[in-house]
Design a binder for this molecule. Structure first.
Ligand code: ADP
Length: 190
């Protein structure tokens, strides 16, 4: 299997690039953010629980997120591989992911980490708010909170994969096409 963690701060372009990678490599795209948002829209129990966290730019608790992700992976037993987008976002999530991929006799192939300057992230998120309708993109205070949470809780996940020799950093500044090309080159060289 080809299992990719597509990593980066909010606004790094994970969702946009994931769409291009799934087309080329035939992978299943699992975005925890998208799953939470569709549950919020459908007013499911999970959505009602997650809403308060998303609205404030906080992380949904690990126990909830890990169970959700495990269930999603199990739905795709015959997949050629996965792109994990927005997961893992804490070391506990990364550890849990290793354990359950191992139980499926597979593992993470690579973490591709998109590096983007902070000013650029903020301007992308403000621009996205105009089309996404996402409340967490529209409010600069919530954006700052998401970026702070990223530095404190999520950035350490990079070291987790670096220690396993699986981290590849990708320059995430430039056009969408240029960044896609860099990702393709890195994946094709695996
Ligand atoms: P972005 O990367 O632009 O912040 P996402 O769609 O990945 O957007 O995430 C939106 C929100 O969903 C996060 O701010 C958080 O509240 C919640 N979320 C997404 N993935 C996770 C996760 N793995 N663990 C906890 N919360 C998450």
């Amino acid at each position: 299997m080809l299992n990719i963690v597509l990593f980066g701060p909010p606004g790094a372009g994970k969702g946009t690039q994931s769409e291009r990678l799934i087309n080329r490599y035939g992978l299943v795209h699992l975005s925890t953010g998208d799953i939470f948002r569709s549950n919020i829209k459908g007013q499911t129990d999970l959505g009602n629980l997650a809403k308060g966290y998303l609205d404030q730019g906080k992380l949904v608790p690990d126990s909830v997120t890990i169970d959700l992700l495990r269930a999603e992976v199990m739905k795709h037993q015959t997949a050629k591989g996965f792109i994990f987008d927005g997961f893992p976002r804490t070391n506990a999530q990364a550890e849990a992911l290793d354990v359950f991929l191992e139980s499926m006799n597979t593992g993470i192939t690579v973490m591709l980490s998109l590096d983007v300057e902070e000013d650029e992230l903020k301007s992308r998120l403000i621009k996205r708010a105009e089309v996404s309708g996402r409340a967490d993109d529209a409010d600069p205070k919530i954006i700052d909170n998401r970026i702070a949470v990223y530095h404190k809780e999520t950035a350490p996940v990079k070291s987790f994969y670096e220690k396993q020799g699986k981290l590849i950093s990708i320059q995430g500044m430039g056009s969408v096409d240029e960044i896609t090309e860099r990702l393709f080159v890195s994946i094709d060289a695996l």
